[in-house]
Design a protein around this ligand. Structure first.
Ligand SMILES: [Ca+2]
Length: 507
């Protein structure tokens, strides 16, 4: 029995607070290894807020990322990778546990991750791997499951950042993306060579407030970055969730820049559309400059792996904790289940298994990463892990029973940017979302006819049957993953949220 079917049949209706698997049925890895030297190393490179439409291998119209593209050319590009809760810390918790937010308990950025629970690094450690976590952590609690960690406190700083290294605070001089990369290379050089390793190499960039590194301060100075086609979305057919959030470049962008930051002081006399355009250029250039540093450092790091003779037997992953709005719909930031924030870039290189330059269209999730890494390492996957191993897809196959829809649930409201709580289902063609809490509103998009998600067709009678089918699919997924309306209410009671200080000020 496939594990997904087992979960379906076991009937996971219990909520997170009472969630226990009904039976133990461990999934064996696809391949076992006779000796340590054959087991692949795993390097998980994750950026923060790097949208896939800002990578040239995904067809970016605004920048070039030759070194990240190298991973796509030498490995596999996933064209349909999605997050399950589009915000920083929850996505990280999903990746570590292979479980949805309502199961691992880390539903928003406000809570503290329960590091006593099962995570894939702990299972890898137990399975004979050496593990390390370097860079942005953002889960508040002390990292567990790592032989070594050196992490940025909280969001971390771009310039001269502090790191918490094995419990001790240390100041560093330089630019964060360079330092995180240097630290990863140092750790690899000094590792215990008798064991395979799993390294989590996690950038702060390109998270707000987008401070470029010294090599890229003046990049794009003399060019105008094109605006996205939905830059002037008027939200006409959307629910109030879109109109009432605090994410527009036009009205909200200034919150992201400290008041003394000259970069967001517009020339006198600019108003309306001209001011919005000016702010977009400021923002997007800084954002892309931060990515340019990630790209340079990726090139430096991949060359280093070649020099160390590690490229053949190491799985190198590049992803981001979720996507981002790059002026799309007039917005910056993430959180919404709309495409630009829902999508994650996912590039995987592993010469022993993956055909260079391959592309996968299967719908995959950050939920799948834990199962994948355990499977690739030849370690059993406990059956309370909810994701599926991507190994067959990496081998160039797509199992006939691969998922046909994905489930999403966002909780952090009220809070920064005021995006209302919502959950939804996405299939290859459609997306249905339900906004709840202080609103009760549905949106439906036909992604084939309307890939930019500009027309909510929930109330269009010609889509009535689709709505019914998608609501049934949504229920099925909630049942499968142990989520429910009742559980959502429990989380409202438990995490009341907060009104952001800028709203209080502007009352
Ligand atoms: Ca993020």
């Amino acid at each position: 029995m496939r594990r997904r079917d087992f979960i379906k049949q076991a009937g996971f209706t219990a909520g997170a607070l009472a969630f226990t698997p009904l039976a133990k049925c461990v999934q064996s890895p696809s391949k076992s290894f006779d000796n340590n030297s054959e087991r692949p190393n795993i390097i998980f490179i994750m950026a923060d807020d790097h949208a896939s439409h800002a990578l040239s291998c995904y067809g970016s119209k605004i920048n070039k990322t030759p070194n990240l593209d190298r991973l796509a050319n030498e490995g596999m590009r996933f064209d349909n990778c999605f997050c399950t809760n589009g915000i920083c810390a929850p996505s990280r918790a999903v990746i570590l546990t292979g479980k949805y937010s309502h199961i691992n308990g880390h539903v928003n950025n406000v809570t503290t991750f329960d590091g006593s629970q099962q995570t894939f690094p702990k299972l890898m450690q137990k399975g004979g791997y050496q593990t390390a976590m370097i860079g942005k952590w953002h889960l508040k609690s002390t990292p567990t499951g790592f032989d070594y960690y050196s992490v940025l406190p909280g969001q971390g700083e771009y310039y001269n950042p502090d790191f918490i290294e094995m419990g001790e605070k240390k100041k560093h001089k330089g630019y964060v993306t360079d330092i995180v990369t240097d630290k990863c290379m140092d750790w690899i050089k000094n590792r215990d060579r008798s064991k395979p390793f799993c390294l989590m190499y996690q950038h702060k960039a390109p998270h707000a407030n987008w401070k470029p590194g010294p090599d890229h301060l003046n990049m794009y100075d003399d060019v105008e970055i094109p605006e996205p086609p939905t830059f002037n979305d008027d939200y006409a057919s959307r629910s109030d969730a879109a109109r009432q959030c605090d994410m527009t470049i036009e009205h909200c962008m200034d919150y992201q820049y400290p008041p003394d930051d000259k970069r967001m002081t517009p020339p006198k006399g600019l108003t309306g559309q001209a001011l919005k355009k000016w702010k977009y250029q400021r923002y997007i250039k800084d954002y892309l400059r931060c990515i340019a540093s990630i790209d340079d450092n990726t090139g430096r790091f991949l060359d280093f792996l070649d020099e160390q003779g590690l490229s053949d037997n190491t799985i190198v992953i590049y992803t981001s904790d979720q996507g981002f709005f790059l002026g799309d719909h007039g917005w910056y930031d993430k959180r919404f289940m709309y495409e630009h924030s829902l999508r994650m870039p996912l590039l995987v290189r592993y010469p022993k298994l993956i055909k260079p330059g391959s592309v996968a269209d299967a719908m995959v999730l950050n939920l799948d990463f834990a199962s994948t890494f355990l499977d690739m390492a030849g370690i059993e996957i406990p059956d309370d892990i909810q994701g599926d191993s991507l190994r067959p897809i990496l081998e160039g196959r797509k199992p006939v029973d691969w998922r046909k829809s994905i489930y999403y649930h966002f909780y952090e409201y009220p809070g920064w940017h005021m995006v209302k709580r919502h959950y939804g289902v996405r299939t290859q063609r459609y997306k249905l979302m339900h906004f709840y809490h202080d609103i009760d509103a549905w949106e439906l998009y036909d992604l084939k006819k309307d890939p930019d998600e500009l027309r909510n067709v929930y109330d269009d009678p010609s889509y009535a049957k689709i709505v019914l089918d998608l609501k049934a699919e949504l229920k099925k997924l909630q049942h499968q993953y142990g989520d429910s309306e009742e559980l959502a209410k429990e989380f409202i009671a438990k995490y009341k949220g907060f009104i952001p200080p800028y709203r209080e000020k502007n009352k």
